[in-house]
Design a protein. Sequence first.
Length: 456
Amino acid sequence: MPDENSAITAALRALRLRLPAGQVHDSGPGYDDGIALWNGAVQRRPGIVLSCSSTNDVVAGVRAAREFGLALSVRGRGHDYAGRALVDGGLTLDLRPLHGVRVYPEARIAEVGGGASANHLLAAADEHGLVAATGTIGAVGMAGLTLGGGYGPLAGRVGLAADNLLAAELVLADGSVLRTDSHHEPDLLWALRGGGGNFGVVTSMTVQLHAVPAVVTGMVLYPWKQAEQILGRVREAQQDCPDGLTIQVGAVGSPDGSPALLVLPTWSGDLATGTDPSGPVMALSRLGDPVFAELGAVPYAATVAGRDAMFPDGRHVTLRTRSVPGLSPDVIDVVDRFGGELPTPMSGISLHHFHGAAARVAPADTAFVLRRTHLMAETIAVWPTGDAGDKARHWADEASAALAPHAFSGGYANLLGPEATDQIPNIYGDNLPRLQRIKTAVDPDRVFSGTPLPLA
């Protein structure tokens, strides 16, 4: 069997015969750009980066990896903190050129390229007064977000990003191209709605759009000494929460570097209700004595894009996640403790609100199984470079361990790295056997492992 270097050399030669040389990189500026991820702590070096501008390019890449025995990875936008977009010594398919979006306003659907970000999709939809179910940050890739589930500010009204996936085109492990929707290969569509990047390379998706001309959102910052009190009041607000209101809350660094409690609401209902001083949104600015409060009506696309500055490329990141039933006194105690001990001002704890429409989907209807009202806790440790990483990682591990007794046994697949060995076996619950059967049918050699999938 040829060694890795000779396999890479042979694959490079074959790909350069089949594709323009400018798309096939093993060094130089194109290579450097292809391996520069959002998480600067990731130092993996693929043997080849293939820049894919068509489905045929993806087919060529998959077939070359199989022919020459190279490990394969898929890069959407590269926001996965665990760095699974890259594979040491293997072949990385860079889908970022596939970022086109085509909107069909009368049908309220969009065709979205496999390398498109939330910003790409929302900007195109906004031209027609429409929005899509996305995450909180605009630079995140839509395919990766959707395949793992896709928590976001509109989940209470329109469901997860995965719930809005209508169809997809995939390149399978044997290099064949398949389209799945509710009438063609429906089992595979079911698996893509939360089962992660485990079944093929999604080169395009069809997603549902929604008429939400504007949202009422912004942020309210409270001093950390009020955190326990405010979190208790957020719990009350979330327990009596209309579908149109999603309340994200968490610990962040304030402008002076000290911890602060962030309340981040998004209201997607009637604007008059959202801006009413006595309504449920504006009440969130009166839970205590805020140091900053700014809430108002804005286009959804603009507010999602505006949050990108909070998470710039290149910083070093590690992340842990637990899903908890709600802001119980025990959970509040953990958040109060670890939120008050942020290892760096860039670190934080974010509690993503899952309720309403997303919680009314039956657990067996999609691969995403956790369909009861809950909070997805994202404990994110961020540092620029250097020795701060050990302290940051320790803090994230300790916070995750403290939440574990109060959490569900699994977790959010998109945010679980390979170290989460206690959570990975329980991600998919009763849906796991069906996912395993589908995996065996379409990828028996286990070429794809975009997100954790326990295999029998």
